[in-house]
Design a protein around this ligand. Structure first.
Ligand code: AVJ
Length: 329
């Protein structure tokens, strides 16, 4: 199966720039230091995230699965007016999508499925398992290995199918509110009037429930965060020593988000490659690695309005912990 892979950019001198290296060097030069969360998801990071989704404390995935099992048929009926393309941004293991795809097939909907993920192993895994379990989907699945906007730019548009885009699992939570608006406006520009966006939000709730989801008792979330240090060691030849970092994940009530930090326990320097690049850490200096923003239904409606969408319907689980909101351009 041909996978679309973005080609590394070259800098002005013709040499190849690895976007991971470029973003890490850029982020470690800022105050506070930061690294974009999308780099969690190498093969090992995606595997660790699958373990997180099974943790008893991590309610998000099970709530969203309940929403798809309860409302999947209704969502399928709303979006399948004529032939379309189901485009998923950050497909991961495709567990919830499987429920929706089956509901669409039950209706004999005419659709292609385009799973997009930054992790090649995830795209391959979803493509293989969907082809195995749903042979009628066969050649109608076309995976793209890229981040969200590069993936959308790589869509084949030589037809008159409408698009049904999906951003599930609270992936939008990784964007700060102003970034979320900028990102969703960019998504909006790749869509046509009448196209849909199904978008998942973790709802504001009891702070202990949220806190425990990101501070699990088995330490899988900590391992998921430390994998970022290991990945820099593996791929960028860095010499991070995990025992000299702590993982700290507090809830920030003013910003309405969980925050994830890797904090240097000592004053130290870390080098990359053959020591060409070196970054200094003060004792207890943090690196910001993730924020997971939580929303109210009002926040969601304001966000849709600010980015060129109208809300068709919100779908919630019984406990009202999570919402999948169907938006229309
Ligand atoms: C994949 C971004 C939805 O923010 O809840 C889980 C990632 N980080 N535990 C989230 C994550 C730590 C997750 N998203």
């Amino acid at each position: 199966m041909p996978l679309y892979q973005p080609i590394y950019e070259t800098n002005g001198h013709g040499s190849i720039v690895d976007p991971f290296a470029a973003d890490v060097f850029d982020g470690l030069s800022k105050t506070p230091k930061s690294i974009p969360s999308k780099y969690f998801y190498d093969a090992r990071g995606s595997r660790l995230f699958r373990q997180i989704m099974e943790l008893p404390e991590y309610y998000l995935t099970r709530c969203e699965l309940e929403i798809f099992r309860t409302h999947g048929r209704h969502i399928a009926a709303l979006v399948s007016r004529g032939p379309f393309r189901l485009v998923e941004l950050g497909v991961g293991d495709g567990l919830k999508t499987d429920v929706l795809v089956r509901a669409l097939l039950d209706r004999d909907a005419d659709f292609d499925f385009v799973p997009i993920d930054i992790c090649a192993e995830s795209v391959r895994g979803v493509t293989d398992s969907f082809r195995r379990m749903l042979p009628q989907m066969g050649f109608r699945i076309r995976g793209i290995v890229a981040d969200y906007l590069d993936g959308l730019a790589g869509l084949d548009r030589d037809d008159d199918r409408h698009n049904v885009a999906m951003l599930l699992g609270s992936n939008i939570g990784n964007f700060a509110p102003n970034e979320a608006r900028r990102f969703l406006r960019a998504v909006r520009r790749t869509l046509q009037p009448g196209d849909y966006l199904l978008i998942g939000f973790d709802l504001k709730k009891d702070l202990d429930i949220i806190w425990r989801a990101y501070n699990d008792s088995k330490g899988v979330t900590r391992e998921f965060n430390f994998n970022l240090l290991d990945r820099m060691n593996r791929e960028l030849g860095a010499d991070f020593d995990r025992s000299e970092f702590a993982h700290h994940a507090p809830y920030n009530p003013a910003a309405g988000c969980m925050e994830s930090w890797l904090v240097s326990r000592v004053s130290q320097s870390v080098s990359f490659g053959d020591g060409e690049s070196r970054f200094y850490f003060d004792a207890w200096e943090p690196i910001a690695v993730e924020r997971s923003h939580k929303y109210t239904l009002d926040d969601i409606e304001l966000l849709a309005e600010a980015t060129g969408f109208s809300v068709e319907e919100h779908f919630l689980d019984r406990r009202r912990y999570f919402a999948d909101s169907l938006w229309r351009v």
